[in-house]
Design a protein around this ligand. Structure first.
Ligand code: N01
Length: 891
């Protein structure tokens, strides 16, 4: 709609009696509220924005403490919806100050004539859904109440300051300030004794400036934060050049990136880099002064693996020690209870050097908690500090505070949002809540929000919501509401995403841990901005999946379901594979497919180091076969796992599952011998099966030479290798040895039929297809031979076999035959443990260091191998799946 028409439409908004009737009411005139108003008008909706503050700006209106600045480069923290606006405004610095950011919002408000539809100085006291009229009724504390069809919370994630839960605050006779509610006239601390409580972003930004003014500054720190020098100044040339080269492309790349800032996906893992290379990368990131850079560009495992992450912590500790002269203060300032990035790192200017000033003292509350605040100051376990002013930089009731705590919201059937969220926020996409029709949250809990460049996330939410409202209107619907199924599915997806990252290992405002009594759980979506955007788009393309829509003159529509059933990293991998548009393996011929696989495998992360990797030859059924041996770093001898690689009896070799063999060797502490058995079509059935059996016998016989503990050995295999491992156990039983202590079968081929449901449900789209399996079977085995138990072990005698661990994946054509084999073994009296990996496909458990959600499964496999070999359970060294113990926050 042209701007003139927009203005005309919105000015039609009228008061009817004491109730203002509008299509849409928005709470909050910050980044989100301003864009919403503009976009709603453009789409032809009447709208009003209710804002408690006296002007636009949202959180930037209130957060005026000294040193308040952006911590995403302001070039990226800008509206992008209008290229002209983008061109008209130029930021003066890399990280703009709060006053400049407010000027920007004022500029935007003026440019689009927004203020005339904003009711400043007004709060909502209650919001009630009225089923009869399909409208929300808002009671305000200033002026007319509001009746609206749609109610949108653009209240920001960090806008409700957390009350200071310290005894005696009311007794203090000096001045009290909150960084999140700073006096507009400013504060002069000259000659004053000042206390700052809190060392998050607000504390760290304000402390150096307060220290310059105050007679003495005492900082009370409970948790040390990681802080990175902002290196503020003009926008850095490299980013500016990149931006200016093609602004539209830059913005588009940001929209599809993980964090909302265009940086490439780092692929090198920490153990691939030398100490010197890691240090070089770190120094570059330190000098860049950019959170997104240091959080994403060091090495690929930094955000998902505790060990890869700990390397960064150590390097930052060095930096702190190099600046802070007093070793005790330096140690106290060095974070040691949470992984880097799991709690929001801060950007600072002169933060650490401030502690070298003679007028600054750090009090470490971990050693001397605050007992109380008195009339004259602050008393800890060890000292009493008299001050004239206390600055609470104690943070916010984040993400849910402004939505839930500020006013009661009552949805369908009189349900209040606070009761629905009593056990933590539930939402679909962080945008909507089941039972609350036509209620939307911009960057609500369950969306990427605070783990992203908010500007990008806000624009995406605003556009998605307004486009949906317009589509509803055009189709004659008056309500839109998330279903319980969709919401529960989103909660599951959120939980799956959070297992990938290290956020779960820290007590932070991301999890609600900073507010006493708040239900804890990771609130932002950790799956990334680009993936989130694609999910939102997918919901639309799949007929508003997970939403019910109703209207007076149209048939109700409800396309119920869960939008993401794959594990988040599996979804990304499958998405990337789909984008590569790979030719089907079966179109390449056997040799072509082998060459292709070899090339393809070159692109995957190299596995982690083990004690030793060796090669050799062993005796197969018809001649020598190569093997590759992985030995743990611990002193031997070790029990031996005989491993058979995957590849449909046609592809792969003893090296092709190298990362998995390393992983399982490290986790189990056992030797893994990967066998290069013969392949079809050169050697058809039963060559592979007979080689498997012969190789196992040879390895058992030569165990001592290989550094092993001798018989019994354990067998393991993936896919066709799982088939060979299962067959080997049957042959060993029937042919008098060797003795096998257990079998680990991962997505095994166990039967030659293709009619089980998993072959139908997962026939295509999950990398291993039904067509590929036809091809493998055709190359390996004539139809007449396929029912032989050496090809289809499910058809053999399953009694008296070694104990088994059978892993299957939900989205795998082979899933049901693997489950059938496990059930068959159990029915025959064999001890069996099953792992049915939810949201995984045929290859994903094997994709070490790519599919992080496979770690838990591999830990279980390693434990099963140890149990087969009679080893005690192993306490994993700190790994992604091992929670480190965190002390609860204590004041
Ligand atoms: O709040 P915080 P913030 N006794 O929660 C401590 C954004 N932001 O306002 O960690 C003693 O991070 C608390 O200790 P602990 C940014 O996303 C951005 O600083 O709970 N101490 C912590 O040290 C940021 O992450 C910018 O143990 C108490 C501090 O107070 C988010 O806002 C600038 C305590 C609170 O830190 C929040 O930052 C500012 C108690 N009772 C903010 N209670 C930019 O640069 C709390 N603490 C854009």
């Amino acid at each position: 709609m042209p701007d003139a028409a927009v203005a005309a439409r919105s000015s039609e908004t009228t008061d009817s009696g004491t109730t203002q009737q509008v299509d849409v009411a928005v709470v909050g005139a910050g980044f989100a509220g301003l864009y919403l108003l503009h976009r709603l008008r453009k789409a032809g909706f009447s709208a009003v924005v209710i804002e408690k503050a006296g002007d636009v700006g949202g959180t930037w209106y209130w957060n005026r403490y000294p040193g308040a600045r952006c911590d995403i480069q302001t070039m990226d923290y800008s509206y992008t919806f209008d290229p002209e606006l983008d061109r008209e405004w130029t930021w003066s610095e890399k990280y703009a100050t709060q006053p400049e950011i407010l000027r920007y919002f004022a500029f935007v408000a003026d440019r689009y004539d927004l203020r005339r539809d904003i009711r400043f100085g007004t709060g909502v006291k209650a919001a009630n859904w009225d089923d009869a009229s399909d409208r929300w009724l808002l009671t305000t504390d200033n002026g007319a109440n509001i009746s609206c069809r749609y109610y949108i919370m653009a209240t920001g994630c960090l806008s409700t300051p957390k009350p200071p839960e310290i005894d005696g605050v009311k007794d203090f006779k000096g001045a009290i300030y909150f960084t999140g509610r700073w006096p507009h006239e400013g504060v002069d601390f000259t000659g004053k004794r000042v206390a700052v409580i809190g060392t998050g972003s607000s504390g760290i930004q304000s402390i150096p400036l307060i220290a310059e003014q105050a007679a003495h500054l005492t900082v009370f720190q409970r948790t040390a934060s990681f802080a990175l020098p902002a290196q503020n100044g003009p926008s850095p040339d490299d980013r500016k050049t990149y931006f200016e080269a093609d602004r539209a492309a830059y913005r588009e790349q940001a929209r599809w990136s993980m964090a909302g800032v265009p940086y490439p996906q780092e692929t090198a893992v920490s153990w691939q880099l030398s100490d010197a290379e890691r240090r070089e990368r770190f120094e570059k990131a330190w000098a860049a002064g950019d959170l997104v850079h240091i959080l994403t560009q060091l090495w690929a495992d930094q955000g998902v693996d505790v060990d890869g992450n700990a390397l960064i912590g150590k390097l930052i500790h060095e930096k702190i020690r190099a600046v802070v002269k007093d070793p005790e203060t330096a140690a106290a300032l060095s974070p040691n209870d949470h992984p880097f990035g799991s709690k929001r790192p801060c950007l600072d200017t002169n933060y650490y050097t401030t502690y070298n000033r003679p007028n600054v003292t750090l009090v470490n509350l971990r050693q001397e908690p605050i007992k109380s605040i008195t009339a004259t100051g602050i008393v800890t376990d060890k000292r009493s500090v008299d001050v004239d002013a206390i600055v609470f930089a104690t943070g916010f009731d984040a993400m849910t505070g402004a939505i839930m705590a500020v006013h009661p919201i009552t949805g369908r059937d009189g349900k209040s949002l606070s009761s629905v969220w009593a056990n933590g926020p539930q939402s679909y996409l962080g945008l909507t809540v089941a039972g609350f029709p036509n209620l939307f949250m911009i960057t609500g809990p369950g969306s990427p929000s605070v783990l992203s460049n908010m500007a990008v996330s806000i624009e995406q939410h605003v556009e998605w919501v307004v486009d949906r409202l317009a589509a509803l209107r055009d189709a004659g619907y008056t309500t839109m509401e998330a279903t319980e199924t969709a919401q529960a599915g989103w909660a599951r997806h959120m939980a799956d995403c959070s297992t990938v990252t290290l956020h779960r290992l820290a007590n932070t405002w991301y999890t609600g841990a900073n507010v006493p009594g708040k239900v804890q759980g990771l609130m932002p979506y950790t799956g990334g901005v680009g993936p989130y955007r694609s999910i939102c788009n997918e919901i639309v393309s799949r007929g508003m999946l997970g939403f019910k829509m109703t209207g007076p003159n149209v048939a109700e529509q409800c396309n119920d379901g869960e939008v993401v059933r794959l594990q988040p990293d599996v979804r990304l991998v499958l998405g990337m594979l789909a984008e590569m548009n790979l030719p089907p393996f079966e179109s390449l011929g056997a040799q072509g497919a082998r060459d292709f696989l070899t090339e393809f495998n070159k692109g995957r992360p190299v596995g982690r180091p083990v004690g030793e990797v060796g090669t050799g030859m062993l005796q197969g059924a018809a001649g020598p076969l190569p093997y590759r041996l992985y030995r743990p770093a611990t002193p031997g001898p070790h029990p031996i796992v005989v491993y058979f690689h995957g590849g449909g009896w046609v592809l792969g070799d003893e090296q092709s599952d190298d990362p998995f063999c390393r992983d399982i060797c490290r986790r189990s502490g056992m030797i893994v011998v990967s066998v290069g058995y013969r392949h079809a079509p050169e050697h058809r059935f039963p060559a592979a099966a007979e080689d498997g059996y012969a190789a196992t016998g040879w390895i058992a016989e030569h165990a001592a030479e290989l550094g092993g503990t001798g018989e019994p050995v354990v067998v393991a295999g993936w896919s066709a290798g799982g088939n060979i491992a299962a067959v080997t156990c049957q042959l060993a039983r029937d042919r008098g040895g060797p003795e096998i202590a257990g079998q680990l079968l991962i997505c095994p081929v166990t039967d030659c039929t293709f009619d089980r449901p998993s072959y139908v449900d997962n026939a295509n789209g999950y990398f291993v297809t039904r067509g590929l399996m036809y091809w493998f079977w055709d190359i390996y085995c004539s139809p007449a031979d396929r029912t032989d138990p050496r090809a289809s072990p499910l058809r053999g005698n399953l009694a008296n076999l070694p104990p088994a661990f059978v892993a299957t994946c939900e989205f795998d054509p082979l899933r049901d035959e693997g489950i059938a084999y496990a059930e068959g073994l159990a029915a025959a009296g064999v001890p069996v443990e099953q792992l049915q990996a939810r949201g995984h496909f045929h290859s994903s458990l094997m994709m070490v260091d790519v599919v992080i959600t496979g770690v838990g499964g591999r830990v279980k496999m390693a434990e099963a191998l140890r149990a087969f070999a009679g080893l005690p359970p192993k306490l994993e060294e700190r790994g992604a799946e091992t929670p480190i113990k965190i002390d609860a926050a204590a004041g």
